[in-house]
Design a protein around this ligand. Sequence first.
Ligand SMILES: CC(C)(COP(=O)(O)OP(=O)(O)OC[C@H]1O[C@@H](n2cnc3c(N)ncnc32)[C@H](O)[C@@H]1OP(=O)(O)O)[C@@H](O)C(=O)NCCC(=O)NCCS
Length: 329
Amino acid sequence: MFIHITGTGSCLPEKVVTNDELSMRLDTTDEWIFSHTGIHSRHIAAPDECTSDLAVCAAKKALEDSGVTPDQLGMIIVASSSSDYLGFPTVSCLVQEALGAKQAGVLDVQAACTGFIYAMQVARGLMQFDPRPTLVIGAETMSRVVDWSDRNTCILFGDGAGAAVLEGKETPGGIRDAILKGDGTGSGMIFRAGGVRAVPAEQGKLPFLRMNGRAVFNFAVKIFDEVLSALVQRSKLVLNDLAQIIPHQANARIVEATARRMKVPLSSFFMNMETTGNTSAASIPIALDVLNKTGKLKAGDLLATVGFGAGLTYGGLLMQWTKPLLQHA
Ligand SMILES: CC(C)(COP(=O)(O)OP(=O)(O)OC[C@H]1O[C@@H](n2cnc3c(N)ncnc32)[C@H](O)[C@@H]1OP(=O)(O)O)[C@@H](O)C(=O)NCCC(=O)NCCS
């Protein structure tokens, strides 16, 4: 059985916050932010909107795109590092209730910005035992996790959700390979407390995200190369065989440095962080949905995703786009 993506969906909050608006309350400028990140604006959730709401909105669109109904789902997997609740219930439980997906199991995956890649591989594995359609979602309300007085971090992030419906079919193609990796030696590079371990420096403060941006930047460029090279080599391909590379939408300068290092044209990489910012686990499925809905993916196209995040976690997927073939089969 081959695991195919048969539908995608995404959802961004209505409210847009531009760099110019940020510069009215922070010591920063549109020029600095755009030149260092490629980001001009990001979407920010309304006060009564959060991760599961965005997840449900993206999920409904992905289900509609695939033709799968909620009662056909065998599993709902949500990747998020900004869950509705610090404890429980999980986001996937809230999504299951909202969709009325009565037959589905529910699971949350926490791998920070690499979460969607991890969730896809978990889904692919579980579907070997239960081949019913699976809904995989990356959803975040990063605006509730960042410290809006810290110009080093708050300018980077945005809110949103993306979803994909996976179905098992006999037709070859779909998800062909996955690389999941971790490097706990970098656990201090991106950090957010709020669990049961007391962190003296953070006591009494809200558990905001903290980051060593320069160290993360260098790590990202190195692992983009490592993961993309391994994905193509393992399948006896070359980078030019990839119709699209969908990187985690963290920073356009990371992508540009990767393209230079790997001697790949920048046009091979899809980027939309200019208007979304870094939506963490949602960034790759949102980008995939934009490509799908704007007709940029052709039957048989080889796609690679690559991502990194707190943990440190990193990884990638190699996929063959088959949605048009399956629809017309
Ligand atoms: C965060 C990031 C944009 C910072 O860019 P950078 O070129 O590395 O900048 P530095 O951190 O070296 O800071 C350079 C200067 O700019 C300043 N600066 C930082 N943020 C600023 C902002 N928003 N506006 C203006 N100046 C800023 C710093 O204070 C520093 O000033 P100093 O030299 O007086 O100390 C960049 O490192 C980055 O994107 N890293 C990866 C982060 C990431 O992707 N995280 C998500 C992980 S999933």
